[in-house]
Ligand binder design. Sequence first.
Ligand code: MTE
Length: 335
Amino acid sequence: MLIRKAPDIAPSEITPESIYRQRRQFIKGLAAGSALLMSGPAAALSGSAREDEGLRATGPEWLQKKLEAATASTEFSTAEKLTPFEHVTSYNNFYEFGLGKSDPKAYAQGLRTDPWSVEVSGAVHKPGRYHLEDLLKGVDLEERIYRLRCVEAWSMVIPWVGFPLASLLKRFEPTGSSRYVAFTTLHDPEQMPGQRSRFGTIDWPYVEGLRMDEAMHPLTILAVGVYGSALPSQNGAPLRLVVPWKYGFKSIKSIVRIHLAEQMPPTSWNRTAPQEYGFYANVNPAVDHPRWSQSTERRLPSSLFSPNIIDTQPFNGYSEQVAHLYSGMDLNKWY
Ligand code: MTE
């Protein structure tokens, strides 16, 4: 479900939704008689936000300023309950740091994310290597609360902070022959222990791709933050893709290269197991993974006694916005 933007609210008056919800939680706490003596701006944060404050990534000063100025996108955000910060940042897939869900948080903390640059190449009039800070100059950040559905049949609701990929691509002036966008993650075995492992399944670096119309879709964003703070390394700092209607593996982390191409680019999971992972990877409850059903998902947090299983929605609930991109395509074939 998407909630519509109220036309009479100026962007400057909009508080990032995650902060707003934390405030509401805090106010509820006040009403219950807790923390009665707190006052001033700090009181605006909920108890849970205060507890995890020390765990939040800070990022460079220029990024902090931009994150503080971020506004909430009500047009594109779901009103569903947020997955707590703790789960979003400790249950991760980032194979460069290991195969276990807790490995990225354990081993990614030393990743150097500043300075960071991104190479832009291929079918564009303005190729080059750009510093992240320059890429973000003049860009207004927005908070987008999206569902993330992993192909492994678990899901979360995450308040990303980012900006539309389309706005960035336009600045490089794609040529008429650009039909696909390819993305590459950092390849640095010294910093990324998973890339040193001899038992890895992925041919490094991790690569992903989108069709041009998918890349230009307003739901497709590049994220630099989560929960109002800089992205933690385990979530793909300092720059990652978020494509909410596709399985999570399309949302490539720690991007160092964006290449505009004429041909469909190779993608890591498709290269590893083409019969299991397609290029499109649109969330589809009607097309099962060869080894498990995709009709339901575990919405995190979930436990043995409270598994929190919900039905998976076509295009992860974003059909109204994106189904037309695939009209006429056999989604059993183009999984
Ligand atoms: N990007 C890179 N470079 N390496 C990865 O292993 N895992 C993908 C995706 N992006 C992955 C990646 C998968 S399978 C998922 S589900 C999401 O990241 C998980 O994002 P999160 O850890 O922020 O929830």
